[in-house]
Design a protein around this ligand. Structure first.
Ligand code: NAD
Ligand code: MG
Length: 394
């Protein structure tokens, strides 16, 4: 049995809590080195009391002070703060495994620090990879980090490939990747009704319980767009070899097609603890607390093509990837700003793709030659996107 010392970035989130639930089931196998969160100190304090990490980090400085107060009786836990604190724990040599589950662009710098330190990096934070693509994969190759996909689709694809050919699918005889999508809560909603859907409706995903941002992304299909880009980088392939299949039951988590006509699929209950346990223990298999699949109860599987008219975000993501350079970073930043505005009631759902498309048009694409360039374009795109939202509301 391989034992692991783990840092969970984004411990209070949906993926972070699922990760800690798997860890909790295997105290002999896993220990927690560090836990981090953004702003919610009481929640992180409670997790610290249970998992007894050596270090706890709050991204927000004031929340870090609050956490230090809450943990005053735990002198064995160091409390750090800010992005530098996140970067330091991500690279800390006392952990061998880092769960990258901060949401959005805020996760890029700490995830990259874990990559550069050569960790086993469990990648949930797809935005980090979408933003920096080639630079990120180059950093993985240089450091020898072990990058394992946690996104359920990519973990499914990974499980359906020979482990030594993940970066060379052609040599494995792989002809296509069939990326499944639930279709989200508005899969069957007529276009005109998409203008009036509320954040609560968008966040009520039919099959998965997730953080707010990814729930909205699932409803717009931007999540599938980000995942298309993610698949191309992780499996060193091109979008013409990845076909999105809407599968409303969310039981097949994706499939891999081979030259001989075989199609391998990974199935399971829609519960992120399965891919998380797969990544934590790989190549071993461990119990994850997931209910066994009852195919008799499910009965039927359905498949349909995505509707790019009603859900333009998938098209926008594919176009940004084809444009290359800093376009995917701009796409991601504009999406983050538009989704936040929608969640705050300042933008209608149907205008999310409008803002992204206009931001892409208004932001010059340059070569993604360094992480500094990526961060600069991310900041520029956020300003442009906010400008577009203001223009729309006048
Ligand atoms: P979430 O909103 O539930 O949790 C996000 C975590 O990140 C929290 O711990 C929060 O404190 C922390 N955080 C937020 N902003 C931060 C900042 N600026 N600095 C530092 N920490 C910050 O999100 P989630 O649903 O757990 O998703 C996390 C990541 O995993 C996302 O990239 C998402 O796309 C990906 N993912 C999630 C799921 C899922 O089922 N939830 C599935 C696949 C992939
Ligand atoms: Mg996914």
């Amino acid at each position: 049995m391989i034992t692991r010392s783990i840092t969970v970035l984004g411990a209070t989130g949906s993926i972070g809590l699922s990760t800690l639930d798997v860890i909790r089931r295997h105290p002999e196998r896993f220990s927690v080195h560090a836990l981090t969160a953004g702003t919610r100190a009481p929640e992180l304090a409670a997790l610290c009391r249970e998992f007894r990490p050596r270090v706890a980090v709050m991204a927000d400085a004031r929340a870090a002070e609050e956490l230090a107060g809450l943990l005053a009786d735990c002198p064995d836990i160091d409390v750090l703060s800010g992005e530098q604190g996140l970067i330091d724990v991500a690279a800390d040599e006392q952990a061998d495994t880092v769960m990258a589950s901060i949401v959005g662009a805020a996760g890029l710098a700490p995830t990259l620090a874990a990559v550069r330190a050569g960790k086993r990096v469990l990648l949930a934070n797809k935005e980090a990879l979408v933003m920096s693509g080639q630079l990120f994969m180059d950093a993985v190759a240089e450091s020898g980090a072990e990058l394992l996909p946690i996104d359920s689709e990519h973990n499914a694809i990974f499980q359906c490939m020979p482990a030594d050919k993940v970066r060379d699918p052609q040599a494995a005889g792989i002809t296509r990747i069939l990326l499944t999508a639930s279709g989200g809560p508005f899969r069957t909603l007529p276009a005109e009704q998409l203008r009036s859907v509320t954040p609560a409706q968008a966040c009520a995903h039919p099959n998965w319980s997730m953080g707010q941002k990814i729930s909205v992304d699932s409803a717009t299909l931007m999540n599938k767009g980000l995942e298309l880009i993610e698949a191309c980088w992780l499996f060193n392939t091109s979008p013409d070899k990845v076909e999105v299949h809407v599968h409303p039951e969310s039981i097949i988590h994706s499939m891999v097609e081979y030259a001989d006509g075989s199609v391998l699929a990974q199935l399971g209950s829609p519960d992120m603890r399965t891919p998380i346990a797969n990544g934590l223990a790989w190549p071993e298999r461990i119990e994850a607390g997931v209910a066994p699949l009852d195919l008799f109860a499910i009965g039927r599987f359905h498949f349909e093509r995505p509707d790019l008219q009603r859900f333009p975000c998938l098209r926008l993501a594919a176009e940004a990837f084809a444009t290359g350079g800093t376009a995917p970073a701009v796409l991601n930043a504009a999406n983050e700003v538009a989704v936040a505005a929608f969640l705050e009631g300042g933008l209608c759902f149907a205008d999310i793709p409008v803002i992204i498309e206009r931001t892409l048009a208004a932001t010059e694409v340059v070569s993604a030659d360094s992480f500094d360039t990526i961060f600069r374009k991310d900041a520029e795109a956020r300003e442009r996107a906010m400008e577009q939202i203001r223009l729309l509301s006048v």
